[in-house]
Design a binder for this molecule. Structure first.
Ligand SMILES: NC(=O)c1ccc[n+]([C@@H]2O[C@H](COP(=O)([O-])OP(=O)(O)OC[C@H]3O[C@@H](n4cnc5c(N)ncnc54)[C@H](OP(=O)(O)O)[C@@H]3O)[C@@H](O)[C@H]2O)c1
Length: 285
């Protein structure tokens, strides 16, 4: 009998495997009986984007890699780092690469091209903004405070659920039909920030309002609150050049796994039931 993926005991390396998407990818692989190796600075075999000398040990013997770059594919040097990682993977006999990417980012699209050009079996998941930014990341405290202060104007964004991203990524990591595909992942609805705040308010049973501000006021306030300069610069870029610039939905979830993407209200209700906003400001959910 030929050695099918099912019997393949080599692990899938999940980069960022403790983050918003990576930990969901790792959990799903585990549930399917696929061996997983987490690749992050704190994992058993440490992986650090800043230290290419750590990459070889993480890649050795892996069958596939889920590539989530940190902090963001739009960061300076990101496309080059991702290209180097893809080359290192192929050098070590890792054939399959699934890249987590973002919509509307020139640098992210350069990274996608580099991975497609590597010669590996590649799938790209090009994502809208993550719903879990509100439950597990930099916008959680805003939800708890009742005021989401952002330079989002009246722009429309089709937020994507990280659970959908993980479902698509796991299909691409474990099934052959997704090789060469670029899946654009969004939810089925375009929402303004006011819509988002309303949905979070209904789900949490608190008042959550949206307070639009200018990019300059937003970054000035962030800097005043001690947010590191690099992150402030990054947020400036995201809100002046990325947010709301891809105001259309896409069918990547349906195309990849044959079911519709989850909508924001469902995410918010499920996250509230799971206790995402139960612990105090500043604490991790
Ligand atoms: N948030 C959005 O709305 C959005 C939208 C589209 C695309 N994206 C893309 O999503 C990616 C981030 O994915 P995510 O949100 O799932 O991750 P995340 O939640 O930001 O998680 C960060 C992960 O990266 C690890 N990490 C941090 N610094 C690292 C380093 N120097 N080297 C290696 N690993 C490091 C962390 O573990 P350790 O601390 O143990 O290292 C953790 O596992 C970015 O490339 C971004 O461009 C995000």
């Amino acid at each position: 009998m030929t050695n099918t993926h099912h019997h393949d005991q080599r692990p899938v390396l999940v980069l960022g495997g403790t983050g918003k998407t990576g930990r969901r990818v790792a959990a799903r692989l585990h549930d399917r009986g696929v061996p997983v190796r987490i690749g992050s600075r704190s994992s058993a075999i440490p992986f650090d984007w800043e230290a290419p000398s750590t990459w070889g040990a993480a890649l050795d013997g892996a069958r596939a890699v889920y590539i989530s770059y940190y902090p963001d594919l739009a960061a300076p040097g990101a496309p080059e780092a991702v290209q180097a990682l893809a080359d290192a993977a192929l050098d070590r006999g890792v054939r399959r690469l699934v890249l987590l990417s973002g919509r509307g980012e020139v640098e992210a699209q350069r990274a996608e091209q580099a991975v497609f050009d590597s010669g590996a079996e590649v799938t790209v998941v090009r994502c809208a903004w993550f719903m879990q930014n509100f439950s597990e990341d930099f916008l959680r405290d805003a939800v708890l405070s009742g005021e989401i202060v952002l330079p989002g104007g009246e722009a429309l964004e089709p937020w994507i659920d990280a659970d959908d991203i993980a479902d698509v990524a796991v299909a691409a990591l474990t099934e052959d039909a997704h090789v060469g595909e670029l899946y654009e992942l969004t939810s089925p609805q375009l929402l303004t920030m006011t819509d988002v705040a309303d949905a979070l308010g209904r789900a949490t049973g608190r008042h959550v309002g949206y307070v639009p501000v200018s990019v300059d006021d937003y970054t000035a306030a962030a800097a005043e609150q001690g947010v590191p300069n690099e992150l402030v610069g990054h947020l400036t870029y995201l809100f002046s050049e990325v947010f709301g610039r891809t105001a259309y939905t896409a069918d990547g979830v349906q195309r990849a796994i044959g079911r519709p993407a989850r909508d924001f209200a469902t995410f918010a209700r499920d996250a509230a039931s799971a206790g995402a906003w139960d612990t105090p400001v500043g604490a991790t959910a």
